[in-house]
Structures are given as structure tokens and as C-alpha cells.
Write a new protein. Structure first.
Length: 236
């Protein structure tokens, strides 16, 4: 399970037309990156999938079921986890409490269920901080906790919005290692990114968007061989 499809999705914010017909597919167990510069519509695409913005046209399905018009909690309940750009943690709850409140039973037995020891196994640097209020963590620690909280919901698929933006290189390295591990476990992943080097390390395929429209789709190896496309649409 974990197959996501978008077909010709349009989204408006008020009267501003932001997505102009986005189509993409993430197959079960794939790690796909949505690349593009600032403000091209990457976040809006994830928000539209998650039900935080409503598409005016087009189809969005997860495991064959339409997500259009469903509220975010129902979409989460269908197995889609979301790690937003702003790293939402409960600042007054401890690391441990943040993880515990996010626990939800798995929908299937595809992937072994997550629990607190498994999260600390994935993010060893969080373990010594388990009794610290999350508001006192560094940006990198908060990002790991946000990913950990999402995993505690036992999703089949994770959407991550620029998961390493603004983080120190050593933390980026750690998060790359952890995302690779999640991929090996069979989790389906769609994430947004501006930096192709980070994307290349973990993705199987990429879609490039610009001005709310898909401009390129291919494997990371294919994209590596397209300097003109990279120069035109990406920060390199
Ligand atoms: N709530 C909103 N109301 C109106 N316009 C919005 C809203 N949110 C985003 N936009 C506009 O939609 C466009 C796409 O924004 P979006 O955040 O999806 O881009 P992005 O590719 O994720 O960029 P970033 O890297 O800055 O997150 C931008 O022009 C932005 O100003």
C-alpha cells in the first residue's frame, strides 16, 4: 500500500491560481522528490494532497481512493503522514510526551509498527533529550522529533516539506541516513526540495515544477545528465 496519484490538479488561494495542472505518481516504496525554486508551488502541492488546500479541479487518489474534499485528519487516517516546513512540535511537552501523544495503530502489517524505543533507535540523538521540553530543542532536533511524531502514527506514506532546509550539514547528513533507512523499510516518500544534491542522495525519481506546472519528470540519474534543465529550473 502507499500509491499516490495526482492528475491535472489545480489549486487557487483566493483568486490566485497557484497550481496549473500538476500530475504525478509515487508508487509503493518509492522515494520521489518534488524539485523547484522558491515559490513555484511545492508546498501548495503537499498541502493540496493533505487536504489543507482544496483543489478546484483534478484527481488525487491514495491506494485508489479519492482524497479530494476530505479533511486532513481523514487523509492522515488513511495512512498519509505529513511533516510540514515549520516543524510542528508541542513546545511545552517533553520529547517523550510529543512522541507518545502522536501514537496511532498501523492500518496494515506491511511495516513493523513504530514505538518510542524504535524512534530513539532511528534518532539516537533524541534519546538523551527525552525529558526536555520540545521548545528547547535545536532546529535539527525539532525536525527529527517532527519526523518521529509522524512515524508514531504508523503512516504508509510520508510527505516531507523541505526536510533539511536551514539545518547544519552534520544534521543534514544524519537526516539523509535516517530517510534512507525509512526507504529501506518500505515507506513510500514524497518530499520537496530546492537542493538537488540532497535530493539525489535519497530519491529514485524527481518531478520539477515551475510556476505551478510540471516541467520535467525522470530518474535522478536522467536528471544528472540534463545540465540545461538543472540550470533552468533549479538552484545548483
Ligand atoms: N495562503 C496563501 N495565499 C495566497 N498565496 C499563497 C498562499 N500560500 C502560498 N501562496 C503563493 O503560492 C505560490 C506558491 O507557494 P508555495 O509555498 O507552494 O511554493 P514553494 O515552491 O513551496 O516555495 P517555498 O520554497 O518558498 O516553500 C507563491 O507565489 C506563494 O506566494
Amino acid at each position: 500500500m502507499g500509491n499516490l496519484k495526482l492528475k491535472n490538479v489545480h489549486t487557487f488561494f483566493g483568486t490566485s491560481h497557484i497550481l496549473f495542472g500538476i500530475s504525478l505518481e509515487v508508487k509503493r516504496g518509492e522515494c520521489v522528490c518534488l524539485l523547484g525554486r522558491n515559490g513555484v508551488g511545492k508546498t501548495t502541492t503537499l498541502k493540496t494532497i493533505m487536504g489543507l488546500a482544496r483543489p478546484s479541479d483534478g484527481e488525487i487518489t491514495f491506494n485508489g481512493k479519492s482524497l479530494v474534499g476530505l479533511p486532513p485528519y481523514e487523509i492522515a487516517g488513511m495512512g498519509v503522514g505529513y511533516v510540514p516546513e515549520d516543524r510542528i512540535v508541542f513546545p511545552d511537552l517533553t520529547v517523550l510526551e510529543n512522541l507518545e501523544v502522536a501514537a496511532k495503530p498501523p492500518l496494515t502489517d506491511d511495516i513493523p509498527p513504530w514505538d518510542v524505543p524504535a524512534i530513539f533507535g532511528l534518532f539516537p540523538s533524541l534519546k538523551p533529550l527525552e525529558n526536555r521540553p520540545a521548545g528547547y530543542l535545536s532546529g535539527g532536533e525539532q525536525q527529527m522529533l517532527t519526523i518521529g511524531r509522524t512515524l508514531m502514527g504508523n503512516p504508509q506514506m510520508m510527505l516531507l516539506d523541505e526536510p533539511v532546509e536551514g539545518l547544519a550539514p552534520v544534521v543534514v547528513h544524519e537526516i539523509v541516513r535516517q530517510l534512507k533507512h525509512l526507504k529501506e523499510l518500505g515507506l513510500t516518500i514524497l518530499f520537496t526540495e530546492q537542493n538537488i544534491r540532497f535530493a539525489t542522495e535519497i530519491s529514485d525519481r524527481a518531478y520539477i515544477i515551475e510556476s505551478g506546472l510540471g516541467r520535467y519528470e525522470g530518474t535522478m540519474a536522467d536528471l544528472e545528465r540534463q545540465p540545461d534543465i538543472k540550470k533552468k529550473y533549479l538552484m545548483i
